[in-house]
Design a protein around this ligand. Structure first.
Ligand code: XUL
Ligand code: CO
Length: 439
């Protein structure tokens, strides 16, 4: 195993159990431990986000980069990209994750021309392929950065300029190809600037149709090259645009249904996007899951006191427990996983902070998994929920849901009945039960 960029971490991070005081050890994440019939690693399928971990240098709108990364020293763009990728694979191996995710522009620099940019991507995909086969690390998903280049400032698929849309289409074609070439298990569409800032210059219907057409072309191409990975859409309500067309799970599901794309996509739900939508992580997961469309998760958290996408590492065990309950109840994420779309704070300047951050996130989800598994095994919540709806299992409830009766029949039926008697919803008891499981 290489030992160039993270010399503070000599060995892969060990599991030492909850009493360990070693900051470079897992307290709960024990990858081979079997939970509910499967190993923790196969249940959690953690991935590292290339952009935040290797390509974020700590700048913000007020200040310059605060991280001085050894892997960014070369003045030659391709050497710099290769050094970065070597650092990335050293990090993946030392952390002990099996997956990573990238945007095309994270792994490979833009060139002076379209052709040079494409060649750079091919070079870097070749290099990634070697490193993947040397280490056994796999690609959870790839995506295209359709928001950084100023040509996308008025949208990519939804740009008012057809030339820009064509450029985005070419970029997505190449990014799908790169993902396919690297055995990526999914491909993500996050509509970075697919939205609008003012209605004064915007035709919403036209832009939605453009977005649908764009996704349709991507589906056609996927089928043409026989890419078997899952296509995912990642909802987000705002930032960078004021209104985004894929603002939350329900809106995105409706959009996919309206434009006949629903069979080709699932959703990638991100915690901080859910809270920006004025919702909760678990609500967004539950809405996607209820539709049979929860495909993958961007694991992070926001800060309720800040109104933007802070992309912090998840540490709240209550939240990871609720998330894992939904994920386990739908039988896992299939080809999806838990991608840490999260970055260390600007003041966490050392490369070793990247380890602390990921260890914290992985332990928080491992705890969530252990707790959720126990709650499911004890059947406490599921029995209470089933009991709550039991009036639909027989009698008039069954007749309603099996379409044997309509409004008139129900009006007749109600005449002979007393007033309905409701059972308590028991919210406080259930909250106490949940807390009694959280350790
Ligand atoms: C932006 C975001 C992206 C997507 C991939 O908020 O979450 O990093 O995950 O483009
Ligand atoms: Co994300």
């Amino acid at each position: 195993m290489a030992n160039k960029y993270f010399p503070e971490v000599k060995e892969p991070i060990p599991y030492e159990g909850k009493d360990s005081k070693n900051p470079l050890a897992f307290k709960y994440y024990n990858k081979d431990q079997v939970v509910g019939g499967q190993t923790m690693s196969s249940r959690l399928r953690f991935a590292v986000a290339y952009w935040h971990t290797f390509m974020n240098f700590g700048s913000d709108v007020f200040g310059l980069p605060s991280f001085n990364r050894l892997w960014r020293k070369s003045s030659d763009p391709i050497t710099r990209a290769k050094d970065t990728m070597e650092a990335a694979f050293e990090f993946f191996q030392k952390l002990g994750v099996e997956y990573y995710c990238f945007h095309d522009r994270d792994i490979s620099p833009a060139g002076e021309s379209y052709t040079e940019t494409k060649e750079n991507l091919e070079t870097m995909v070749g290099f990634a392929k070697e490193l993947q086969s040397d280490t056994g690390i796999k690609l959870l998903w790839g995506t295209a950065n359709l928001f950084g280049d100023p040509i996308y400032s008025q949208g990519a698929a939804t740009s008012p300029n057809a030339h820009v849309m064509a450029n985005a289409a070419a970029q997505v074609k190449n990014a799908i190809e790169a993902t396919y070439e690297l055995g990526g298990e999914n491909y993500v569409f996050w509509g970075g600037r697919e939205g609008y800032d003012t209605l004064l210059n915007t035709d919403i219907r036209r832009e939605q149709e453009q977005m649908a057409r764009f996704l349709n072309m991507a589906v056609d191409y996927k089928q043409k090259i026989n890419f078997k990975g899952q296509f995912l859409i990642e909802p987000k309500p705002c930032e960078p645009t004021k209104h985004q067309y894929d603002s939350d799970a329900a809106t995105t599901l409706y959009f996919l249904k309206e434009f006949d794309l629903i069979d080709h996509f699932k959703l990638n739900i991100e915690a901080n996007h859910a809270t920006l939508a004025g919702s909760s992580f678990e609500h967004e997961l539950a809405v996607a899951s209820a539709a049979g469309k929860l495909g993958s998760v961007d694991a992070n958290r926001g800060d309720y006191l800040l109104g933007w996408d802070t992309d912090q590492f998840p540490t709240d065990v209550y939240s990871t427990t609720l998330a894992m309950l939904i994920i386990l109840n739908q039988g896992g994420l299939g080809s999806g996983g838990l991608n840490f779309d999260a970055k260390v704070r600007r003041s966490s300047t050392d490369p070793v902070d990247l380890f602390y951050a990921h260890i914290g996130g992985m332990d928080a989800f491992a705890r969530g998994l252990l707790i959720a598994d126990k709650i499911i095994e004890d059947k406490i919540l599921s029995e209470l929920v089933n009991e709550r709806y039991s009036s639909f299992n027989s009698g008039i409830g069954k007749k309603i849901m099996s379409k044997q009766v309509g409004l008139e029949d129900l009006e007749m039926w109600i005449r002979g009945e007393d007033k309905p008697v409701l059972k308590s919803g028991r919210q406080e008891l259930l909250e106490n039960i949940l807390n009694s499981y959280i350790f």
